[in-house]
Design a protein around this ligand. Structure first.
Ligand SMILES: [Zn+2]
Length: 423
């Protein structure tokens, strides 16, 4: 295996590592795009009533590589800090995700036709929702999942190995089940530290005519919709097709098809195979051309920074006018991205009275990271009828607003991004 992961790893150090060279191509120095300040760890939330105490915060500096164009965070934090043992692993199987996975299966069969004996392996397979589609299609499936949620998949009849994917697990899986015709990895490539070992391990696992399908949050969607709130330490990298292609090419993989998909506020699905194994579809050239036209290099990303700053000021201005009238504002939803927005914009418990989560959420009864804003049950919304709500899961506003209205909320909705507005 080519030794490409040269930087020291943060994993198991209990600390963090500064990114001095590009995580993919090793180029230095990297260009600075945007600094969101120091962010507290998203998944360490204190119980309501506890006094604030010493707590770490990690710099969120966004960097861009002039050589391979990869956008990446300037600090890698040990995943044991980011995902403490009591971290509520959620399956995240919303309707939009379930539909997306069903559609991934259908689309993949137009590219690589699989027979009953062919194997599909999903890396980061969660509760097995994606593999369920391949299983119903009559193929053999195998999941690999680091968290205990993999047991849920096993109970549902989706065979799943619990463990961190890497060379050892790739070899073991191939030995036990044979090579995979399809390897999938959705929302994995942004999270894992030793990315080159992951790609090499996928190659190890893949049949000569195998296809690798990845889904990642898409840099162009981030820039277009000003989704700076997706920048936090769980996301080490934000991919464009160009930067993903660069990484895959380093390992002899060719991108054969790519498509934008709606999950997580805008993602990209990318198919790759060993160079020359499959024809390259026109979608690849088209998306690369769109990216070039939009400008995702360091120079163009400076405009992005200006827009982010402007958006922060506008949200502050809008909230100032509302608070001046003595109105209440409740936040809706406490996903990880809410913590970035709240901390970067500087919202506190004098501005946001509380953040509401659906009953059963493990975040209820805690404070939002870095603040004394309490997280409470959504039922309060209908009792209290605050004048305004701030949609912290604004990327699913179209789904959210009708639901809240139907359940009886009568106030107004603030959508914070891309342009803060009352909808
Ligand atoms: Zn690079």
């Amino acid at each position: 295996m080519a030794v490409l992961d040269t930087a020291p790893l943060a994993a198991h150090t209990g600390a963090s590592v500064v990114v001095e060279r590009c995580q993919v191509c090793d180029h230095a120095p990297l260009s600075q795009v945007l600094f969101l300040g120091y962010l507290p760890p998203v998944n360490q939330m204190r119980t309501i009533g506890q006094l604030p105490r010493e707590q770490p915060a990690y710099p969120a500096l966004v960097l861009s590589c002039p050589r391979c164009s990869l956008v990446q965070l300037g600090l890698i934090v040990d995943k044991e800090i980011l995902f403490p043992p009591d971290y509520p692993y959620t399956s995240g199987t919303t309707k939009i995700l379930r539909d997306n996975f069903a559609e991934l299966y259908e689309e993949s069969q137009t590219i690589v036709s699989m027979g009953p004996q062919d194997l599909a392996v999903d890396i980061g397979s969660n509760d097995g929702t994606l593999l369920g589609n391949f299983q119903r299609g009559g193929h053999r499936v195998q999941g690999i999942e680091p968290s205990q949620v993999g047991n849920l998949a096993n109970q549902r009849g989706i065979p799943t190995t619990i463990g961190f994917f890497g060379r050892a697990l790739a070899e073991q899986t191939r030995k036990q089940h044979g090579p995979a015709k399809i390897v999938t990895a959705t929302n994995v490539f942004a999270h894992i530290e030793h990315i080159h070992e992951i790609v090499e391990s996928i190659l190890l696992l893949m049949d000569e005519n195998g296809v690798f399908v990845s889904e990642s949050h898409y840099l162009l969607a981030l820039v277009e919709m000003l989704q700076y709130d997706t920048i936090y330490h769980e996301h080490l990298r934000h991919y464009s097709l160009q930067s993903l292609q660069y990484l895959l090419q380093m390992h002899g993989l060719e991108v054969i098809h790519a498509r934008r998909i709606p999950t997580h506020g805008g993602s990209i699905r990318v198919y790759a195979a060993r160079a020359g194994a499959y024809p390259v579809r026109p979608s690849v050239g088209e998306i690369l051309m769109n990216e070039a036209a939009a400008g995702l290099d360091a120079e163009h990303l400076r405009t992005f920074k200006d827009r982010v700053v402007q958006s922060k000021l506008e949200l502050y201005g809008l909230l100032r006018d509302i608070k001046r009238h003595g109105h209440r504002v409740y936040g809706i939803g406490a996903p990880s991205r809410a913590s970035t927005l709240i901390n970067y914009v500087g919202l506190d418990d004098g501005i946001l009275d509380c953040v509401l989560e659906i009953a059963g959420s493990l975040k209820i009864g805690k404070y939002m990271p870095g603040t004394l804003i309490p997280v409470m049950e959504e039922s309060r919304l209908y009792k209290d009828q605050p004048e305004y709500v701030l949609l912290l899961s604004w990327h699913i506003a179209d789904e959210l607003i009708p639901k809240l209205r139907q359940k009886g909320y009568k106030g107004k909705y603030i959508c914070p991004l891309p342009t803060p507005e009352i909808v």
